[in-house]
Design a protein around this ligand. Structure first.
Ligand SMILES: [Zn+2]
Ligand SMILES: [Zn+2]
Length: 231
Protein backbone atom coordinates (compact mmCIF):
# COMPACT_ATOMS: atom_id res chain seq x y z
CA UNK A 1 0.00 0.00 0.00
CA UNK A 2 1.31 3.43 -0.90
CA UNK A 3 1.93 6.09 1.70
CA UNK A 4 -0.77 8.22 0.04
CA UNK A 5 -3.32 5.42 0.36
CA UNK A 6 -2.30 4.84 3.96
CA UNK A 7 -2.68 8.56 4.68
CA UNK A 8 -6.11 8.57 2.99
CA UNK A 9 -7.24 5.74 5.29
CA UNK A 10 -6.03 7.63 8.34
CA UNK A 11 -7.94 10.74 7.26
CA UNK A 12 -11.02 8.58 6.57
CA UNK A 13 -10.81 6.93 10.02
CA UNK A 14 -10.28 10.25 11.82
CA UNK A 15 -13.11 11.93 9.89
CA UNK A 16 -15.48 9.08 10.82
CA UNK A 17 -14.40 9.15 14.46
CA UNK A 18 -14.83 12.93 14.80
CA UNK A 19 -18.14 13.02 12.92
CA UNK A 20 -19.59 10.10 14.91
CA UNK A 21 -18.43 11.47 18.27
CA UNK A 22 -19.88 14.91 17.49
CA UNK A 23 -23.23 13.55 16.28
CA UNK A 24 -23.67 11.13 19.20
CA UNK A 25 -22.50 13.80 21.65
CA UNK A 26 -24.96 16.35 20.22
CA UNK A 27 -27.87 13.90 20.39
CA UNK A 28 -26.92 12.93 23.98
CA UNK A 29 -27.01 16.60 25.05
CA UNK A 30 -30.41 17.09 23.42
CA UNK A 31 -31.81 13.95 25.02
CA UNK A 32 -30.77 15.15 28.49
CA UNK A 33 -33.63 17.63 28.08
CA UNK A 34 -35.97 14.82 27.07
CA UNK A 35 -35.69 12.41 29.96
CA UNK A 36 -39.38 12.90 30.72
CA UNK A 37 -40.10 9.43 29.33
CA UNK A 38 -40.50 6.37 31.52
CA UNK A 39 -37.53 4.19 32.41
CA UNK A 40 -39.39 1.33 30.73
CA UNK A 41 -39.59 3.31 27.46
CA UNK A 42 -35.87 4.07 27.53
CA UNK A 43 -35.11 0.41 28.30
CA UNK A 44 -37.35 -0.67 25.39
CA UNK A 45 -35.50 1.81 23.13
CA UNK A 46 -32.17 0.35 24.33
CA UNK A 47 -33.19 -3.25 23.52
CA UNK A 48 -34.69 -2.25 20.15
CA UNK A 49 -31.57 -0.21 19.32
CA UNK A 50 -29.32 -3.11 20.30
CA UNK A 51 -31.25 -5.58 18.13
CA UNK A 52 -31.22 -3.23 15.13
CA UNK A 53 -27.47 -2.62 15.56
CA UNK A 54 -26.92 -6.40 15.85
CA UNK A 55 -28.92 -7.02 12.65
CA UNK A 56 -27.09 -4.18 10.88
CA UNK A 57 -23.72 -5.66 11.91
CA UNK A 58 -24.82 -9.03 10.51
CA UNK A 59 -26.05 -7.59 7.21
CA UNK A 60 -22.94 -5.46 6.65
CA UNK A 61 -20.61 -8.30 7.64
CA UNK A 62 -22.45 -10.79 5.41
CA UNK A 63 -22.46 -8.35 2.47
CA UNK A 64 -18.71 -7.67 2.64
CA UNK A 65 -17.87 -11.36 3.22
CA UNK A 66 -20.07 -12.53 0.36
CA UNK A 67 -20.05 -10.06 -2.54
CA UNK A 68 -17.44 -8.09 -4.44
CA UNK A 69 -13.67 -8.05 -4.25
CA UNK A 70 -11.01 -5.91 -2.65
CA UNK A 71 -11.05 -3.93 -5.91
CA UNK A 72 -14.79 -3.16 -5.86
CA UNK A 73 -15.30 0.60 -6.24
CA UNK A 74 -15.18 2.50 -2.96
CA UNK A 75 -16.10 -0.32 -0.54
CA UNK A 76 -13.44 -2.75 -1.85
CA UNK A 77 -10.34 -1.13 -0.36
CA UNK A 78 -11.98 0.45 2.70
CA UNK A 79 -14.34 -2.32 3.84
CA UNK A 80 -14.23 -5.62 1.89
CA UNK A 81 -10.46 -5.86 2.28
CA UNK A 82 -10.73 -5.44 6.06
CA UNK A 83 -13.30 -8.24 6.40
CA UNK A 84 -11.45 -10.68 4.10
CA UNK A 85 -8.10 -10.03 5.77
CA UNK A 86 -9.73 -10.61 9.15
CA UNK A 87 -10.53 -14.20 8.12
CA UNK A 88 -6.87 -14.83 7.26
CA UNK A 89 -5.41 -13.10 10.31
CA UNK A 90 -8.11 -12.61 12.99
CA UNK A 91 -5.59 -11.15 15.44
CA UNK A 92 -4.33 -8.36 13.16
CA UNK A 93 -7.06 -6.08 14.51
CA UNK A 94 -5.51 -6.35 17.99
CA UNK A 95 -2.62 -4.23 16.70
CA UNK A 96 -4.95 -1.42 15.58
CA UNK A 97 -5.36 1.71 17.71
CA UNK A 98 -8.68 3.21 18.81
CA UNK A 99 -9.30 5.40 15.75
CA UNK A 100 -8.29 2.71 13.24
CA UNK A 101 -10.55 0.21 15.01
CA UNK A 102 -13.56 2.47 15.49
CA UNK A 103 -13.38 5.29 12.92
CA UNK A 104 -15.40 3.46 10.27
CA UNK A 105 -18.22 2.44 12.63
CA UNK A 106 -18.31 5.85 14.33
CA UNK A 107 -18.77 7.37 10.86
CA UNK A 108 -21.68 5.00 10.15
CA UNK A 109 -23.18 5.72 13.57
CA UNK A 110 -23.26 9.42 12.72
CA UNK A 111 -26.19 8.71 10.35
CA UNK A 112 -28.77 7.52 12.94
CA UNK A 113 -27.40 10.06 15.46
CA UNK A 114 -27.83 12.96 13.01
CA UNK A 115 -31.29 11.65 12.11
CA UNK A 116 -32.13 11.75 15.84
CA UNK A 117 -30.83 15.33 16.13
CA UNK A 118 -32.78 16.51 13.09
CA UNK A 119 -36.00 14.68 13.92
CA UNK A 120 -36.10 15.21 17.67
CA UNK A 121 -38.63 18.03 17.49
CA UNK A 122 -40.83 16.39 14.91
CA UNK A 123 -41.02 12.75 16.03
CA UNK A 124 -41.93 11.11 19.33
CA UNK A 125 -39.08 11.35 21.83
CA UNK A 126 -38.95 7.52 21.99
CA UNK A 127 -37.79 7.47 18.36
CA UNK A 128 -34.90 9.80 19.18
CA UNK A 129 -33.89 7.56 22.10
CA UNK A 130 -34.12 4.55 19.78
CA UNK A 131 -31.89 6.27 17.18
CA UNK A 132 -29.46 7.21 19.95
CA UNK A 133 -29.07 3.56 21.02
CA UNK A 134 -28.80 2.37 17.39
CA UNK A 135 -25.99 4.92 16.89
CA UNK A 136 -24.30 4.00 20.18
CA UNK A 137 -24.23 0.25 19.49
CA UNK A 138 -23.25 0.66 15.83
CA UNK A 139 -20.40 2.89 17.02
CA UNK A 140 -19.26 0.24 19.53
CA UNK A 141 -19.50 -2.80 17.24
CA UNK A 142 -15.89 -2.87 15.98
CA UNK A 143 -14.57 -2.45 19.51
CA UNK A 144 -16.87 -5.22 20.77
CA UNK A 145 -15.67 -7.44 17.89
CA UNK A 146 -12.06 -6.65 18.81
CA UNK A 147 -12.73 -7.57 22.45
CA UNK A 148 -14.11 -10.95 21.25
CA UNK A 149 -10.62 -11.67 19.85
CA UNK A 150 -8.65 -10.32 22.85
CA UNK A 151 -6.89 -13.17 24.70
CA UNK A 152 -7.31 -11.33 28.01
CA UNK A 153 -9.77 -8.43 27.94
CA UNK A 154 -10.40 -6.28 31.02
CA UNK A 155 -12.57 -7.63 33.86
CA UNK A 156 -15.52 -5.37 33.03
CA UNK A 157 -15.45 -6.54 29.39
CA UNK A 158 -15.36 -10.16 30.59
CA UNK A 159 -18.42 -9.52 32.79
CA UNK A 160 -20.33 -8.07 29.81
CA UNK A 161 -19.24 -11.04 27.66
CA UNK A 162 -20.17 -13.58 30.35
CA UNK A 163 -23.69 -12.14 30.61
CA UNK A 164 -23.87 -11.97 26.78
CA UNK A 165 -24.46 -8.21 26.83
CA UNK A 166 -21.77 -7.99 24.15
CA UNK A 167 -20.74 -10.86 21.86
CA UNK A 168 -18.63 -13.42 23.79
CA UNK A 169 -15.52 -14.99 22.16
CA UNK A 170 -17.08 -18.48 22.01
CA UNK A 171 -20.14 -17.17 20.14
CA UNK A 172 -18.04 -15.18 17.66
CA UNK A 173 -15.70 -18.16 17.13
CA UNK A 174 -18.61 -19.90 15.36
CA UNK A 175 -18.07 -17.44 12.49
CA UNK A 176 -14.36 -18.19 12.24
CA UNK A 177 -14.75 -21.98 11.91
CA UNK A 178 -15.43 -23.45 8.47
CA UNK A 179 -16.24 -21.21 5.53
CA UNK A 180 -17.31 -18.08 7.44
CA UNK A 181 -20.92 -18.49 6.33
CA UNK A 182 -22.80 -17.99 9.61
CA UNK A 183 -22.85 -16.12 12.93
CA UNK A 184 -22.40 -12.83 11.10
CA UNK A 185 -23.82 -10.58 13.86
CA UNK A 186 -20.98 -9.14 15.93
CA UNK A 187 -22.55 -6.57 18.25
CA UNK A 188 -24.26 -8.84 20.75
CA UNK A 189 -24.92 -11.92 18.61
CA UNK A 190 -28.45 -12.48 19.94
CA UNK A 191 -29.84 -12.73 16.39
CA UNK A 192 -27.31 -15.30 15.12
CA UNK A 193 -29.25 -18.47 16.09
CA UNK A 194 -32.47 -17.15 14.53
CA UNK A 195 -30.81 -15.93 11.30
CA UNK A 196 -28.70 -19.08 10.91
CA UNK A 197 -31.45 -21.60 11.70
CA UNK A 198 -33.95 -19.95 9.37
CA UNK A 199 -31.38 -19.78 6.55
CA UNK A 200 -31.94 -16.01 6.34
CA UNK A 201 -28.66 -15.19 4.58
CA UNK A 202 -28.83 -18.17 2.20
CA UNK A 203 -32.35 -17.08 1.17
CA UNK A 204 -31.06 -13.54 0.62
CA UNK A 205 -28.19 -14.91 -1.48
CA UNK A 206 -30.55 -17.00 -3.62
CA UNK A 207 -32.76 -13.94 -4.18
CA UNK A 208 -29.76 -11.80 -5.21
CA UNK A 209 -28.45 -14.56 -7.50
CA UNK A 210 -31.91 -14.88 -9.07
CA UNK A 211 -32.16 -11.12 -9.62
CA UNK A 212 -28.61 -10.31 -10.68
CA UNK A 213 -26.90 -13.58 -11.59
CA UNK A 214 -24.10 -12.84 -9.11
CA UNK A 215 -22.67 -15.90 -7.35
CA UNK A 216 -22.01 -15.58 -3.60
CA UNK A 217 -18.37 -15.91 -2.51
CA UNK A 218 -17.30 -16.39 -6.14
CA UNK A 219 -14.65 -13.68 -5.76
CA UNK A 220 -13.15 -14.96 -2.53
CA UNK A 221 -9.40 -14.74 -2.45
CA UNK A 222 -8.46 -17.18 0.27
CA UNK A 223 -4.74 -16.65 0.21
CA UNK A 224 -2.30 -14.34 1.78
CA UNK A 225 -2.21 -12.39 -1.50
CA UNK A 226 -4.70 -9.83 -0.21
CA UNK A 227 -2.66 -9.22 2.89
CA UNK A 228 -1.19 -5.79 2.75
CA UNK A 229 0.88 -3.71 5.12
CA UNK A 230 -0.88 -2.27 8.15
CA UNK A 231 -2.94 0.77 7.37
ZN1 LIG B 1 -16.44 -12.61 8.29
ZN1 LIG C 1 -13.74 -11.88 14.12
Amino acid sequence: MTQTASKSYRIYDWAGAVLGALAIGRLSLLLVNHIDVSVFSIFAALIAGLLVADLFSGLVHWAFDTWGTTKTWLVGPIAIRTFREHHIDPHAMLRHGFVETNGHNLGLAALPALAGVLLLDSVAVWNAWFLFFVALFVAMTSQIHKWAHEPSPSKIVKVFQTFRLIIPPATHRQHHVGAHTGAYCITVGWLNPLLDKTGFFRTLERAITFLTGAVPRSAHVCSTKIMSPER
